[in-house]
Design a protein around this ligand. Structure first.
Ligand code: HEC
Ligand code: HEC
Length: 433
């Protein structure tokens, strides 16, 4: 009986086509050889099926995988995409390999030769790393006026207009596509972080990720310049059950145009976030200040960025709002400047030359950068280098903290025109439409 059944399903064969190779990936031979060996069976028009794949039902699974894989990424047609799109696909490819998500683990069990060794991974990283976006220099064009009405995303989600007042969760440097990002959380997200309830995240959690184009100044410091896009993940297990319990939405450019052609754009978001499904689909490891570090919940699968967290500070930095970020490539550091409500309001609506008003307080945190283990093409904050706190008026003060836990190493009450405080006070806010 089993034999008969086995024969019967050999007859019903879904189709696997082999379209012509029209626009194959152009890459150095040693790179292509690795991709051909490990990825082309699914992600190209040159699928070679080993004999055991030809036996149904394995055959059906393979056909399904290949058809799906080609839709997501097809190396035989990738050269039709723009340079930027191709490089984005390749950075994603390396990240998926690093995370062990690709080649599909089930496939590697049957085809051990398809495994990407650590030496081969390094070859891919070296090549793909060289495709990173160049950083523009000079100044950014003035941001467009805030749009009064923003169209909902194509899946019906409307933009949470108060996202600018959400609190900082982390900052990242995405050298793959030349952007700088701030990840912000709403109150429920911040509460969940404080209570170490991050996996799963509670319903009502919302994250915003704001991206700016990187721009290099005359001192070769790279700043978060013109606004690129803002995107959201909104937790509602029931409402968004079909997209892994998160609602996904993205608006691009300072006109805040909804992203995508139709509601299926969420599939792109889900596909790229799937390698971190063990973290409830969230990449970012939150950075916290002080108290939360000392009261870990032993039952939570914690995913805090402990190395970058702050201990021993007189102010809760992460109750402030993000003003801007910059990178010093020579020192390999990233800084984010935060402000209390008065300072953030002023920085965001500043008329050139106007001083910060009474009650303003700014905090700049500088971290060593470290590679994002979850995303090849990203750098996240590592060890804390320093924290600087400036109050502008009525009494000026500048304090600098270093070490772990942080200790006061510097303080001043007299402003100097060329000092660090002046530098921090002169930074323009990165636009958030
Ligand atoms: C056995 C088939 C198979 C092999 C081999 C395979 N993949 Fe995949 N890949 C898939 C399938 C199926 C998907 C889509 C669904 C998913 O993510 O599971 C996918 C998705 C992807 C995506 C996501 C694309 C997107 O649009 O989000 C990337 C990137 C990727 N694969 C890279 C690779 C790389 C790089 C290799 C080789 C090192 C590889 N894959 C090998 C089957 C495969
Ligand atoms: C090609 C991969 C990729 C795609 C596609 C993608 N993301 Fe992400 N996303 C990331 C990475 C990597 C991070 C981590 C932060 C960073 O460095 O940019 C992230 C972070 C986020 C965050 C902050 C919370 C977190 O998970 O860390 C939000 C919100 C987000 N993405 C929304 C979206 C939405 C909405 C879409 C679809 C419109 C989308 N993403 C598509 C890679 C992707």
């Amino acid at each position: 009986m089993a034999l008969l059944g086995g024969l019967a399903i050999q007859v019903v064969r879904p189709s696997l086509t082999h379209p012509a190779v029209t626009a194959d990936l152009e890459a150095p031979a040693e790179v292509k050889q690795i991709l051909k060996k490990s990825c082309y069976d699914c992600h190209s028009n040159e699928t070679r099926l080993a004999w055991f794949d030809e036996v149904a039902p394995a055959y059906w699974i393979v056909v399904r995988d290949v058809n799906e894989a080609r839709q997501h990424l097809n190396f035989s047609e990738i050269a039709k995409l723009s340079r930027n799109e191709q490089s984005a696909k390749l950075f994603e490819a390396v990240s998926q390999v690093q995370l062990g998500a690709m080649p599909l683990p089930g496939y590697v069990r049957l085809h051990p030769g398809a495994n990407v060794s650590s030496g081969e991974l390094q070859v891919l990283r070296n090549y793909v790393g060289s495709l990173a976006a160049p950083v523009a220099s000079g100044s950014d064009p003035a941001p467009a006026a805030n749009p009064s009405e923003v169209e909902p995303a194509l899946n019906g989600i409307t933009i949470p207009r108060d996202y600018r007042n959400w609190k900082p969760v982390s900052s990242t440097d995405r050298f793959d596509n030349g952007t700088m990002r701030a990840i912000l959380g709403n109150e429920i997200a911040m509460q969940a972080i404080a209570e170490n309830r991050m996996n799963p995240w509670p319903d009502g959690t919302a994250f915003a990720k704001v991206a700016w184009w990187q721009r290099r100044d005359e001192q070769r410091i790279v700043h978060a310049g013109a606004f690129a896009q803002v995107e959201f993940m909104i937790r509602d297990r029931r409402k968004f059950a079909s997209t892994k319990g998160w609602g996904w939405a993205r608006w691009r450019g300072s006109e805040l145009m909804p992203y995508g052609h139709d509601a299926s754009f969420s599939n792109e978001c889900v596909a790229c976030h799937t390698p971190v499904r063990e973290n409830d689909y969230v990449f970012t490891m939150p950075i916290v200040a002080g108290a939360n570090r000392s009261q870990p919940n032993p039952h939570a699968r914690t995913q805090l960025n402990r190395e970058a967290s702050l201990e021993g500070l007189p102010v809760d930095v992460f109750a402030q709002k993000v003003i801007t970020s910059w990178i010093d490539p020579r020192n390999g550091t990233m800084s984010t400047l935060y402000g209390n409500d008065i300072a953030a309001e002023h920085a965001r609506n500043r008329v050139a030359g106007q001083p910060y008003p009474e009650g303003s307080a700014l905090t700049a945190v500088t971290w060593k950068q470290q590679e994002d283990a979850r995303w090849f093409g990203g750098r996240i904050p590592g060890a804390v280098v320093s924290v600087e706190i400036v109050t502008a008026a009525p009494t000026y003060s500048y304090r600098e903290f270093e070490g772990s836990p942080l200790k006061l190493v510097h303080s001043g009450t007299q402003p100097t025109a060329d000092g660090r405080a002046a530098y921090l006070l002169a930074q323009a806010a990165s636009p958030m439409p």
